[in-house]
Design a protein around this ligand. Sequence first.
Ligand code: EPU
Length: 418
Amino acid sequence: MDKLVIEGGIPLQGEVAVSGSKNAALPALAACLLTSDRVILNRIPQVRDIGTMLGLVRHIGAEVSVKGDRVTIRAANLEHPEAPYELVKTMRASSLVLGPLVGRCGRARVSLPGGCAIGARPINLHVSGLERLGAEVRQEHGYIEANASNGLQGANVQFDRISVTGTEDLLMAAVLARGETVIGNAAREPEVADLAALLTAMGAKIEGAGTSTIRVQGVAKLGGAEHTIIPDRIETGTFLIGGALTAGDLTVRGCVPEHLRALIAKLQQAGVEVTEPSPDTLRVRVPGRLKNVDITTEEHPGFATDLQAQFMALMTQAAGISFVTETIFENRFMHAQELARMGANIRLEGRQAIVAGPTPLSGAQVIASDLRASASLVLAGLAARGETVIDRVYHIDRGYEKIESKLAGVGARIRRIE
Ligand code: EPU
């Protein structure tokens, strides 16, 4: 199993470019199943979760060709409208094929996800949304089986709680349903708006994506399109926090600052200077000591849960007590114990982590438990004295493209060993 070895204590300096958004690319690949025409997607990041999703759309019957960050998909025949357990267990976002398959084929069979490192993560909201559109859903042998042999019928769907992939799944089902669908309490994440932009280019009629009410007028058929995925805001945020944590001077190029307002505000409160040298560039510098800041994760446009672990690493170097409250997932603090092994002073109380800083970080052997937890350990390793060895880096490879070469390009001493 691969490990990352980091020689810490070097400020990140220079310029790093952001890849396409993993969490926008995943539903975009699922959306290609909605048409028999060719769809071209640009700026698809080369990360493991994307490889898993490409394997899934191939399994379902689509032809896939990949050239660099450009993926072409033609889903003429969908021979196996199903997501098998082997794929869903490695990537829960596989359930994103449920909506498009029921919409296009009138049936789908998708494995239930089962346990997850960061929390329960059920898909009941996806299922009840589809039922509102007229699908008959059964659960058997660990699979969800959905049928809508006469097609889906538009309806009002009010989500009990906000779900990003739940909103995306339902949106993809609704575009081919008869009549109007209104999705209330919809996720407002930029990835939802990006999916709607792709679907609109394919011929769908959607209003309000990016707000909490989305209206869809169903159409009989969708066609081919070409679309460029938005930049990855979580990768951007991870680099910005890394620049701040190592007291560097880091410029992140090719990003959308608008998608990162909550993080930028918290960085500024913490004493980090954040500037926008150009409309798609953010730069961080640390003029003085870092100050303690409290964060509470929320749905967009609040502070992203996917940046909580990295921000906690930053707060270990801030003067004073910071409260980090996680409201989206019930078990997303596994990095805290590992950060503590590197010298952090963190106490966990239910959904809150209390970080007392600053405490010097020293390199240690640590284990990555999930994607964003591993990112926080990498950042801590970059700031720590001495050598950090991070085990189970396959977690980081799920969502960060060329992480070690990107970081090495801005001065980090980081290498991968077998
Ligand atoms: N939830 C339910 N029922 C459902 C769906 C969700 O109770 O049917 C709960 C979840 O258990 C969770 C909350 O609702 O407590 C929010 O979950 P959501 O459905 O929004 O999460 P997701 O769609 O499964 C996406 C991202 C995650 C990100 C979350 C929250 C993708 C592929 N994944 O997951 O990304 O943390 O939204 O913003 O878009 C990551 O990239 O590291 C990652 C985990």
